[in-house]
Design a binder for this molecule. Structure first.
Ligand code: 5GP
Ligand code: MG
Ligand code: MG
Length: 182
């Protein structure tokens, strides 16, 4: 085992574990979408590392687009009222769309995005999420391709931030309390 990195209390998922899981998910997507050209929609900014790895392990033609949303939450609880900061460039009518998300927590953000995109008549719409915190769920969201269940802890790394930092950690980590400035 190597030394823990600066500010990291615990590594929940190693780079190797993540790599194996991403391979498995990419393999399933490759089989399920054979003969199609799905549009992968990454939710900015936290899903970009996962999306970049996932698409390079798919043996399939695909396209990529991004959305950025912000939830009008109070404090840490997301309210379910979501504002679209950056919409898709592509018209998804008749397209096979796979939403790629970092974490499903309450589920409110994803369920809003799913409702919005369904109104645009895609041929199909599925979710691929790296992490889920089932104990926090307030609304059910159908996640077809799921990486890992994690406990109710605030995680960072592999694209996921705290106050804009730590996205470049190659693992999924929990920070030391000092790192939060507390
Ligand atoms: P939801 O609407 O499902 O409650 O919100 C999900 C979003 O909250 C995730 O996409 C992610 O951006 C953020 N989130 C949830 N849990 C964590 C966490 O442990 N760490 C970080 N950095 N963001 C989280
Ligand atoms: Mg997110
Ligand atoms: Mg984030």
């Amino acid at each position: 085992m190597s030394e823990p990195k600066l500010d990291v209390r615990e590594v929940l998922l190693s780079a190797e574990e993540i790599r194996e899981k991403v391979d498995e998910l990419a393999g399933r997507i490759t089989r399920d979408y054979r003969g199609e050209k799905p549009l992968l929609v990454g939710i900015l900014r936290s899903a970009f590392v996962f999306l970049a790895d996932l698409m390079r392990r798919m043996d399939l033609q695909c396209e990529v687009d991004f959305m950025e949303v912000s939830s009008y939450g109070t404090g840490t609880a997301s309210s379910g009222v979501v504002r679209i900061l950056k919409d898709l460039q592509e018209d998804i009518t008749g397209r096979h769309v796979i939403l790629v998300e970092d974490i499903v927590d309450s589920g409110l953000t994803l369920s809003y995005i799913l409702r919005t995109l369904r109104q645009r008549d895609p041929a199909s719409l599925e979710v691929c999420a790296l992490l889920t915190k089932p104990s926090r769920r307030e609304i059910e969201v159908p996640v077809r391709y799921l990486g890992f269940e994690v406990p109710d802890e605030f995680v960072v790394g592999y694209g996921i931030d705290y106050a804009g930092s730590y996205r470049n950690l190659p693992e999924i980590c929990v920070l030391k309390p000092e790192a939060y400035g507390g």
